[in-house]
Design a protein around this ligand. Structure first.
Ligand SMILES: *Cc1c(COP(=O)(O)O)cnc(C)c1O
Length: 424
């Protein structure tokens, strides 16, 4: 291996360099398109890993970044504040369900989840309770740091680090028809240790990295109700589901619930710059509010609430408020529904499913799972046909920017159909 002549010193994420030595070199982005250095155009079928909502290089977001970088680049956020952060915080309080009153900034989905876990444990600790157990749902993904891996599904991606991961209690996924089993187990696990369970963390309505696994709003509502009944903090990880992905601005809206703690990132800047917020109910903040300095929330990262990232997020929030973004979301969702209906007649695929602007299905294979051989073959096929799609094992999904044209959506589904013909 070591005699490989690497062209670049970069070690890429989720990339097996021995099997994929060549990176695709992107030079520019525009709307739903990416352009390679040698001039090929790719349709961004996965919004550059679920972050780009309005399209690449959106002029409004560009303008916001440019204006801010001429005023203030970065400032310490402990003891200091600035307009862009204040605008984002107020905007988030307006957009999210009533009851999420405090906003803590960080820079990625993973850090927003770490913050959520620390807030939950800090809450119980500071009010003098011993509760510290975290409940999770089978098949979850909450990030790749040690803490977020601990609350996520264990498997090939975190085997080497198992000794460091903390113990959690895991509920079965509420598959269609088996929802009651999940609810019963949630209640049973809490009742078995009423003074031990601190929080339950979920991806609302759809698990992303776990394979676009969907469950009903009613189940989400019931899980929340059970937690409320037993005073267990409910943490919603809206990192992927936020910003229109599920057909509403945030997934929790569909269940009519207000989580105690919620994490938002990915689309918060429209996919332009890294930023995240963790929002919480005032009781969480109040438990840390004290003249006793040991109750301070001891969390920060160097770039907390970076002004440029915040200025872009503030502009993104304004876009949701003054442009018909929700109409674009609905239009894309109904186009997917039509295409999926047609694809359902193909017996080489199964489990067709949709959650708002996210469409997914499984290709029938003998070697399912994340390491299924079909994934890299499809990935290459799509790329050769001008499409960026990155199947999760034998699960193919589409999660495009909302500016995608009907023609491009038709090209995506057409190419998927041809891939099934050519690769089977
Ligand atoms: C992507 C994702 C994360 C992690 O976000 P990063 O910005 O990659 O750290 C956490 N939770 C969910 C549900 C995600 O989809």
């Amino acid at each position: 291996m070591s005699d490989i002549k690497k062209k670049s010193p970069i070690w890429h994420p989720f990339t097996q360099h021995a099997l994929f030595p060549e990176m695709t070199h992107i030079a520019r982005g525009d709307g739903a398109y990416l352009y390679t250095k040698d001039g090929h155009r790719l349709i961004d079928g996965i919004s550059s890993w679920w972050v780009v909502t309005h399209g690449h290089c959106h002029p409004r977001l560009q303008a916001a970044a440019k204006a801010q970088m001429e005023k203030l680049d970065q400032v310490i956020f402990a003891g200091y504040t600035h307009d862009p952060a204040e605008e984002v915080a107020r905007g988030m309080v307006d957009l999210t369900p009533d009851g999420l009153d405090y906003v803590f900034f960080s820079d990625s989905g993973s850090t927003s989840v770490e913050v959520a876990l620390k807030m939950a444990l800090g809450y119980w600790y500071h009010i003098g309770s011993k509760r510290s157990k975290i409940l999770v749902m089978e098949n979850s993904y909450h990030g790749d740091t040690i803490g977020t891996m601990s609350v996520g599904e264990r498997g090939v991606y975190n085997n080497p680090y198992n000794s460091l991961l903390f113990t959690v209690d895991c509920l079965p996924f509420p598959a269609k028809g088996a929802e009651q089993e999940t609810l019963d187990q949630l209640e049973a696990k809490i009742k078995a240790d009423p003074d031990g369970v601190a929080a339950f963390i979920v991806e609302p309505l759809i698990q992303g990295a776990g394979g676009m696994m969907m469950y009903s709003a009613e189940t989400l509502r019931e899980m929340h109700r059970i937690c409320q009944e037993h005073d267990v903090l409910f943490i919603a990880d809206e990192v992927m589901t936020g910003w229109g992905r599920t057909g509403t601005l945030f997934a929790c809206e569909q269940a009519g619930i207000v989580p105690d703690i919620a994490c938002y990132s990915k689309g918060i800047t429209g996919g332009f710059l890294p930023l995240a917020v963790t929002m919480c109910h005032e009781r969480i903040f109040n438990a840390h509010y004290s003249e006793d300095r040991s109750k301070t929330f001891f969390h920060s990262s160097s770039y907390t609430a970076n002004p440029i990232a915040c200025a872009v997020a503030a502009e993104n929030i304004r876009m949701w408020q003054d442009e018909p973004v929700m109409e674009r979301v609905s239009r894309l969702a109904s186009s997917h529904a039509n295409w999926l209906e047609a694809l359902a007649r193909d017996d080489r695929v199964e489990n067709l499913r949709q959650c708002g602007t996210i469409a997914a299905f499984d290709i029938k294979v003998t070697d399912g799972g994340y390491l299924s051989d079909i994934a890299p073959r499809l990935y290459r096929y799509f790329q050769e046909n001008g499409i960026l799609l990155r199947p999760l094992g034998n699960t193919v999904y589409l999660m495009t920017p909302y500016c995608l044209s009907d023609d491009d959506l038709s090209h995506l589904y057409g190419t998927i159909g041809r891939a099934l013909d050519d690769l089977s």
